[in-house]
Design a protein around this ligand. Structure first.
Ligand code: ADP
Ligand code: MG
Length: 444
């Protein structure tokens, strides 16, 4: 046993030496340096990396998986799966280990686990996009490549992209999922730190790259260049690329015509506005997922209204759910009609600053403290609640939420959101706070 331990320490220290040459010095010092991290092989094909804090663990898992995995696989000359945990915390059950190992693949931590093919309702408006996404996920790199999914906002592009990702996680494929905003940030950082080579290599080893919201690249010439190279090297080696856009390619106005022509070389599918039946089915699915019972006639009335998109319809659903929970009354068609009477013309979009304001007001905290640096417990919780609601109700990405809170890192944001998610499952008071705040935002 002790021999094994010695070996383990040596292996990990050797690996660290190698990693030190591959990542920026500051990253190495912050995230890796012994004894911040310790590593050991826990089974024939599984290597456990323990670290000082949950932040480090999450960061390594999300951002450094492939770097660590490359080094260890070379060192031990075999395929290894990685597991991450905080030093001294108990080891998960065998099952959980398997699950979390799969989680490590790609950037699956960024995936919404509810956005699966099973939870995607099929209708005439989206069947082509759905079929193409299924085909691609079952046969990556071999059917339609690249696949581009196009629609107006709120119609299911991100859902389908995550569904592909979730399927790839199940199959154990290596892939990256990221928004073009994250791609841009990463690329710019690599230029700033002279690490463009590292950036390019990173994506080359993946089986697939899933990129959300390519319209974000409009006007960003330098990033388009980086994108073009990444795209080409993946495409040439038969790796799958899936991209979403909220504009038709012809009006993407990407500087590089060659990008546009590469994109049109694959399959382009669009998603249209759903018809009544599909809307009703989607509402039923969402209600089922929330584990709530609602009368059929209410859902029918809800899906009968006019919406700009599905996200807006979900907003209406959440609005009536919040109210019924707050008042404790069973929903009847009259009160729903009253509440949503003119939902045809009203659109529901939660304003981020309003959300932060309402949270601050609810807890009687100053906005400046909400956004400030203090780690006082009540401030930390208020911030985490605001982050959670921002993510849920305005669908902002982690980086943007972090920026709203004085430039906090996206891993901090992710940690906060997860904390609230977990706590809300068992803490009634927290659930009540969340409902009250969300409802005050809606009824502004
Ligand atoms: P987009 O990326 O096109 O802006 P999203 O994928 O974020 O849109 O979809 C907005 C919301 O609508 C999500 O909650 C998503 O789950 C839901 N949605 C869209 N289409 C469907 C569908 N066919 N079945 C179930 N939910 C859907
Ligand atoms: Mg989207």
């Amino acid at each position: 046993m002790s021999i094994l331990n010695n070996n383990n320490q040596e292996i990990w220290k050797t690996a660290l030496g190698e990693i030190e040459t591959k990542v920026p010095k500051s990253s190495y010092e912050t995230w890796f340096k012994f004894p911040k991290t310790q590593g050991k092989q826990i089974s024939k094909d599984c290597f456990l990396i323990e670290s000082e804090s949950v932040f480090i663990s999450e960061y390594l898992e999300q951002r450094m998986y492939s770097v660590i995995s490359d080094v260890l696989c070379k060192l031990l000359d075999k395929e290894l799966e990685l597991k991450f945990k905080v030093l001294g915390s108990p080891l998960d059950s065998e099952d959980k280990i398997k699950n979390s190992l799969q989680d490590n693949k790609g950037s699956s931590l960024n995936l919404n686990s509810n956005y699966t093919f099973e939870n995607f309702v099929l209708g005439p408006s989206n069947e082509l996009a759905y079929a193409a996404s299924i085909a691609v996920s079952e046969n990556i790199g071999k059917t339609y490549n690249p696949l581009l999914i196009y629609s107006d906002v709120g119609l299911g592009k991100t859902h389908l992209l995550h569904a592909i990702g979730n399927k790839l996680v199940q199959d154990g494929s290596q892939f990256y999922y990221l928004t073009c905003e994250e791609f841009t940030n990463e690329y710019i950082k690599s230029i700033r730190t002279n690490k463009t080579e590292l950036f390019r290599n990173k994506y080359r080893n993946a089986d697939a790259l899933l990129l959300d919201d390519i319209q974000f690249l409009i006007g960003k010439e330098q990033t388009q260049e980086g994108f073009f190279h990444t795209f080409n090297s993946l495409h040439l080696s038969g790796k799958q690329i899936v991209i979403t856009s909220d504009r038709p390619i012809s009006s993407l106005k990407l500087l590089e015509d060659r990008i546009t022509s590469r994109l049109s070389g694959g399959l382009v599918v669009d998603i249209q506005l759903p018809d009544y039946e599909t809307r009703l089915d989607i509402l039923k699915k969402k209600v089922l997922l929330k584990g709530i019972k609602i009368k059929q006639e209410i859902l029918e009335s809800l899906s009968n209204k006019l919406y700009h998109n599905i996200r807006e319809m979900e907003g209406s659903l959440n609005k009536i759910l919040a109210l019924s929970e707050l008042t404790g009354k069973e929903l009847d068609i009259e009160s729903v009609e009253e509440l949503l009477g003119n939902a045809d013309t009203n659109s529901y979009f939660a304003d981020p600053e309003q959300i932060i304001l309402k949270v601050a007001k609810y807890f009687q905290i100053d906005i400046s403290d909400m956004k400030g640096k203090s780690r006082e417990q009540n401030l930390v919780i208020a911030r985490q609640i605001a982050m959670f609601i921002l993510r849920e109700d305005s669908q902002m990405n982690l980086t943007t939420i972090g920026l709203l809170f004085g430039g906090r890192d996206h891993t901090t944001v992710l940690h906060g959101i997860r904390k609230i998610q977990t706590d809300a499952a068992t803490n009634q008071n927290l659930r009540r706070d969340l409902l009250a705040i969300r409802s005050s935002v809606i009824n502004n």
